[in-house]
Design a protein around this ligand. Structure first.
Ligand code: 3H9
Length: 700
């Protein structure tokens, strides 16, 4: 069995320490240990009080998610919790770190909860497509009220000790040593009457909440907005409604068990657990051992004070790292700094940032027009616009000023890292660090490995990403790397569909219904249509699928920036409004190209766009541009708004199956007259009945 619980007697207390590193989940050995040792403490006459705590820095991180796919051994969690609740001796939870999911639910079955300053509380099961299934949906509303409990469950957020105390989740926060405070608490309990009233028997909040049915409507509206397409939030709300409306606690628990089972069986749960583990797997690079020495990053610099550069500078300041923002001219620098200040002021006004943090972050951002001032930076990230010649020039300058050992990174989203590295005398120090806009908000960092990038530089960039609170994924060097290379194919399909008969709102609507955060044309409007158009004009090369965007640009429709593009926008609004002028432009371009437009279903739109992603993803795997298919999933979920509850494009492709994909490609060829050549990897997997999600390389 996995994990253990230690038993130690101190004073008149039995201390049960959960030991299951690194985060103490409730694995088989932990559940069985708790069950047996609670029993032992009941029998032990010298014991007056039981204290449960965690070894290391975590209390209990919840149920062991890795056990969900196999046969469960050891005592079931409900049996452990029942044993705790029926204890004849008081139980104190001494919470020394994360008490999440089943961890908080265990603590709620104790008589008292005391914690240190490092503790964190939460019921984040919704992020795994689950609901708190060990009494959390019934106990937390009884303890703190339905509204606060729903907020914690639906947001999956972590609650800090001071808020937990205010809400009533815990009884005390230890000022110094947690165990000393727990003993003092136990001592004090001697003077109190026992048994105490259990949370299951509390009814004050329940009675008050019966008069507030609006709480549930509001929660449903919020879930519809923030968790569109997900099933677990609705089932959580139902459980909390049961906690309020059904007086019999055990009946509420039965409702929770019924809904937990529905979640457990759902494909969304499987997809979200795939995301949970593979977000962490992305940090593991087979040919770069975790002991690889990292370079020390104390000072950073960012070149280019535009939206991207400013956002990256904010990431450093947010992580407490001093950063110098450099631009070619004072006007650009002033504009960039003003934007940063405005962003922080907004956070301050919304109460998301304290005054002291606001001041500290701004003070960490320096500015300069002089490359010489970057001489002491440990990492320099170039974030100017996508022009290879300009980037090469900047790297030549960096090569002459940067100190030895500094990491020279480019934020390019598609250009050749090796070409950039070659203009320096130190290609081993050059790497791609592709942030997503707005960089201070978007959680993804695509780290791009050049042919000569040193392993220590890659390891440092990946760790730096974590420090900047990003999910970092390593990609190999090719046009567009992983994310944008796939996006090109996705956009090609979307643009083709436009010519064949669909309108921007049809395509965006179908893909949003599938779960994408934003449709391709609303995204195109956000990014701006003019940059690509100018490039095409310069090169004199425009494909048929670019002709609609070209025509819109000729009519000065550049996207959100001037209030009209594939849609029109009211002043100060980002809400896309379909526009008849766009419809007639598309029809005109299609007719000029001799395309007879037809009616296109939402299913066809989704199939063609998502299959384009899957097929290109498979080619990327074949060419070792990605280490594993789940890395592609993580990039799409965190960088491109792919619905996490579908597990990412490759996980979705696996669900369809390689054989079916090939059959569908053939059908698409017949239907559209386009070439739908399956990636060799898909052909190979179809023959071997293999799986995309299990595919892994040793390097990129
Ligand atoms: C639940 O409780 C259901 C119940 O309501 C009902 C049951 C009937 N299980 O994140 P890290 C691994 S559902 C197994 O890098 P950090 C993780 O994969 C659960 N493994 O550390 C990683 O492994 P590796 C509700 C777990 O310090 C290693 O631990 N609970 C679990 O950045 C380190 O993790 C949650 O959803 C787990 N529960 O963050 C909490 N948790 O090293 C999930 C972690 O091989 N956990 N691992 O890659 C977390 O949010 C974070 O791990 C935590 C620590 C904040 C605790």
């Amino acid at each position: 069995m996995k994990g253990t619980v230690h038993y130690e007697v101190k004073k008149f207390c039995a201390i049960l320490t959960i030991d299951n590193p690194p985060v103490n989940p409730l694995s088989s050995g932990v559940r069985q240990g708790l069950f047996d040792l609670i029993e032992r403490a009941q029998q032990d006459e010298q014991i007056g009080t039981i204290i449960i705590t965690g070894a290391g820095n975590s209390f209990i991180a919840g149920a062991d998610i890795s056990e969900f796919s196999g046969k469960m051994e050891g005592a079931p969690l409900p049996a452990v919790l029942n044993r705790m609740e029926s204890s004849t001796k008081p139980i104190i939870a001494a919470i020394n770190g994360s008490a999440l999911g089943g961890g908080l639910e265990t603590a709620l079955c104790c008589d008292y909860r005391i914690c240190n300053q490092q503790a964190l509380f939460g019921l984040p099961e919704v992020k795994l497509g689950l609901l708190p299934g060990a009494g959390g949906t019934q106990r937390l509303p009884r303890l703190i009220g339905a509204e606060a409990a729903l907020d914690i469950m639906l947001s999956a957020r972590h609650v800090k000790p001071s808020e937990a105390l205010t809400l009533g989740i815990i009884d005390a926060v230890a000022e110094d040593d947690l165990m000393e405070a727990a003993f003092a608490f136990a001592e004090d309990l001697k003077n109190r009457e026992y048994p105490l009233r259990k949370i299951r028997d509390l009814s004050e909040h329940q009675q008050q909440d019966k008069n507030k049915p609006g709480i549930f409507d509001a929660a449903r509206r919020l879930a519809e907005k923030t968790a569109r397409g997900q099933r677990a939030p609705g089932w959580i709300i139902e459980c909390v409604e049961a906690a309020v409306n059904i007086d019999d606690f055990d009946k509420g628990i039965a409702k929770e068990a019924e809904n937990f089972f529905k979640c457990f069986k759902s494909s969304q749960r499987k997809a979200l657990i795939h995301v949970f583990f593979n977000e962490r797997n992305a940090a593991k690079i087979p040919d770069i051992p975790k002991e690889t020495p990292r370079r020390d990053i104390k000072k950073a610099a960012v070149i280019g004070a535009g939206t991207m550069g400013g956002g990256i500078a904010m990431c450093f300041a947010n992580a407490g790292i001093e950063v110098t923002l450099l631009d070619a001219d004072q006007e650009g620098l002033d504009k960039g700094l003003a934007k940063i200040q405005k962003n922080y002021e907004l956070s301050l006004a919304k109460g998301k940032l304290k005054q002291s943090s606001y001041e500290q972050r701004l003070s960490l951002i320096k500015s300069s027009l002089d490359y010489q001032e970057l001489a002491d930076a440990d990492v320099i990230i170039e974030a100017v616009f996508e022009n290879l010649a300009l980037k090469k020039k900047i790297f030549e300058q960096l090569d002459s000023v940067a100190k030895s050992g500094a990491i020279l990174a480019t934020n390019t989203s598609a250009l050749n890292i090796d070409e950039i590295a070659q203009v320096t005398s130190r290609p081993e120090d050059v790497i791609g660090m592709h942030f997503f806009s707005p960089a201070n908000v978007m959680p993804l960092l695509e780290v791009v490995r050049g042919a000569e990038t040193a392993k220590g530089v890659i390891a440092t960039a990946m760790s730096l990403g974590k420090k900047l609170k990003k999910v970092s994924v390593l990609a190999g060097n090719c046009p567009g790397f992983i994310g944008n290379r796939m996006l090109f194919k996705y956009m090609e399909q979307a643009s083709q569909l436009l010519l064949e008969g669909a309108l921007p709102q049809d395509i965006d609507g179908a893909l949003q219904e599938f779960g994408m955060a934003m449709g391709p044309f609303a995204m195109h409007d956000l990014v701006g249509l003019d940059l690509g158009w100018r490039e095409r004009k310069k090169s004199g090369q425009s494909r048929d699928i670019d002709k609609v965007a070209d025509a819109l640009c000729e009519a000065e429709r550049f996207g959100q920036k001037n209030g009209r593009g594939f849609y029109r926008y009211d002043e100060n609004s980002r809400q896309p409004i379909p526009d008849d002028i766009v419809t007639s432009t598309i029809e005109k371009v299609a007719s000029e190209l001799g395309i007879e437009r037809r009616s296109i279903s939402s299913d066809e739109i989704v199939q063609r766009c998502i299959y384009a992603l899957i097929n290109e993803g498979a080619k990327i795997l074949e060419e070792s541009i990605a280490i594993r298919s789940s890395d592609i999933d993580i990039i799409y979920i965190y960088g491109y708004g792919f619905p996490a509850y579908r597990g990412g494009p490759m996980f979705y492709g696996d669900k369809v199956g390689a054989k079916q994909l090939i059959e569908d490609f053939t059908a698409l060829e017949e239907q559209t007259g386009q070439t739908w050549e399956a990636a060799n990897l898909i052909k190979q997997l179809a023959e071997q009945d293999g799986s995309l999600t299990k595919w892994q390389r040793t390097s990129v």
